[in-house]
Ligand binder design. Structure first.
Ligand code: ADP
Length: 425
């Protein structure tokens, strides 16, 4: 078993999967750890370990404490470099949590310096003169200024990070970045010598990200979006620590029934259900008519009798906005969501008990509830079905289980059918 090279801490679940997919596509075998790891969690055989926290909008002290627990676990696992992953729109508040977590990780690693680069050109996120753009818009004019939890009202990341952090923040600006890795490395050393603890680094293209990655090969801690990770595998290969792998995304093959659970009411998921409905057996639950988790699960169990097999079945609670609003008006927003999540988790458990080994779950919160109920702690990352949504293999749980966990709005209209077709090929 090889030791992990890169230890990552992500401030949310889908961000962790995004980062993992990026690293797998660049030749590193990755395992995602679900929430805060504990001493009993075994160290999986992988090149990259990614701890997925839920710390983006948690209270500052909790985000810091959980990040430090994750770091210690990654250190104990033998990682050689660390990565703190946040959103490519730098989602945070004036208090944090990006700055306080960076302060804590920098102190714990004793490295005194870290770069920060959320740029992800493929998704339209670029950093120029320290300012973050979403497409052609400055961050604070992109709609992110109205985000319900983390409104971003300033696009100047030097200022934003300075407000959140106890360290001083410098800038490696674009004229330096385009000169390549050596110039970027020299600029970062200069900033550190001037007493700067952090550098926002401009990046507009993938070539910029690759050069920044190369310049940071000796850094203990790198922070940013998943874009900045694209240059890191090559550093390990150059150092002779990582073999050239063409099977980084390989997952164990699994035999068993196939199913889809949809608890997302996002538009993309509603389209995906509509597209799948004519092709596979589909049960649409009606939580408004049956506002009881156990009763909904019982309906699903009765329906699935005799239907499970190689052709997937689809069980959906998803509903258009007016029906969601009606259930929320009846029960309250929180209880309505929890009721459906509880039903979906119970159905997932029943599906696995009846031999389902290939399961697609639509919805971020729904996925969280299912993963928790199934007791899943580690997910090995495979090939992406659509951007940001890979097949994964749940390690350490009784029977082998392939899982695809889809954030509601992700995926093309034929996502569900494509997911299973990919396993056939
Ligand atoms: P997304 O990734 O699209 O945001 P989530 O699973 O995170 O999806 O959130 C969807 C929420 O809506 C969950 O809490 C789920 O339980 C709830 N939900 C699903 N179906 C219904 C419904 N018919 N009525 C009300 N709430 C629902």
């Amino acid at each position: 078993m090889s030791k992990p090279l890169l230890g990552c801490i992500a401030d949310d679940f889908t961000g962790a999967t995004d980062l993992a997919t990026m690293l797998v596509q660049n030749g590193m075998r990755a395992v995602q750890i679900v929430f805060v790891p504990g001493p009993d969690d075994p160290v999986p055989d992988a090149d990259v370990l990614i701890v997925a926290l839920k710390s983006r909008t948690a209270p500052v002290a909790q985000a810091v404490a959980e990040s430090l627990v994750a770091l210690q676990w990654l250190k104990d696992a033998g990682c050689q470099q660390y990565f703190f992953k946040y959103c490519s729109t730098f989602d945070s508040t004036p208090e944090g949590n990006i700055g306080p977590v960076m302060d804590a990780l920098t102190a714990a690693l004793g490295c005194g310096f870290a770069l920060a680069c959320p740029a992800f050109p493929a998704n339209g996120r670029s950093v120029y003169q320290g300012h973050l753009f979403v497409g052609a818009q400055l961050l604070n004019e992109s709609g992110m200024q109205d985000h319900p939890l983390t409104p971003m009202t300033d696009a100047n990341l030097v200022r934003v990070l300075s407000r959140q952090s106890t360290g001083t923040v410098g800038l490696v600006a674009y004229p330096t970045v385009v000169q390549g890795a050596a110039a970027i490395r020299k600029a970062m050393i200069g900033l550190k010598e001037q007493g700067r603890q952090y550098a926002i680094v401009d990046a507009v293209t993938n070539d910029d990200l690759l050069a920044i990655g190369e310049a940071a090969s000796g850094h203990a801690l790198i922070t940013g979006g998943s874009g900045i990770a694209m240059g890191l595998p090559e550093n390990f290969r150059q150092a002779g620590k990582l073999p050239l792998r063409d099977d980084a995304s390989a997952l164990p093959s699994v035999e068993g029934h196939a199913a889809i659970l949809a608890g997302s009411c996002s538009r993309a998921t509603l389209f995906q259900i509509a597209k799948a409905r004519g092709h596979i057996p589909t049960l649409e639950l009606d939580p408004l008519a049956t506002p009881d988790a156990a009763a909904l699960a019982a309906q699903a169990l009765a329906w699935m009798e005799g239907k499970l097999g190689a052709t997937p079945v689809l069980i959906a609670a998803s509903a258009p906005p007016e029906q969601v609003a009606a259930l929320q008006a009846k029960l309250g927003r929180g209880p309505a969501g929890e009721l459906v999540e509880a039903a979906m988790a119970a159905i997932a458990e029943a599906l696995v008990a009846r031999g389902v080994r290939k399961l697609v779950v639509a919805g971020g919160e729904t996925s969280g509830a299912v993963v928790q109920r199934l007791g899943i702690r580690q997910l090995r990352i495979g090939d992406a079905i659509d951007p940001g949504v890979p097949w994964t293999y749940a390690e350490g749980t009784g029977p082998g289980l392939l899982l695809a966990l889809k954030s509601g709005n992700f995926g093309a209209p034929d996502f569900f059918l494509k997911a299973f077709a990919m396993l056939e090929g």
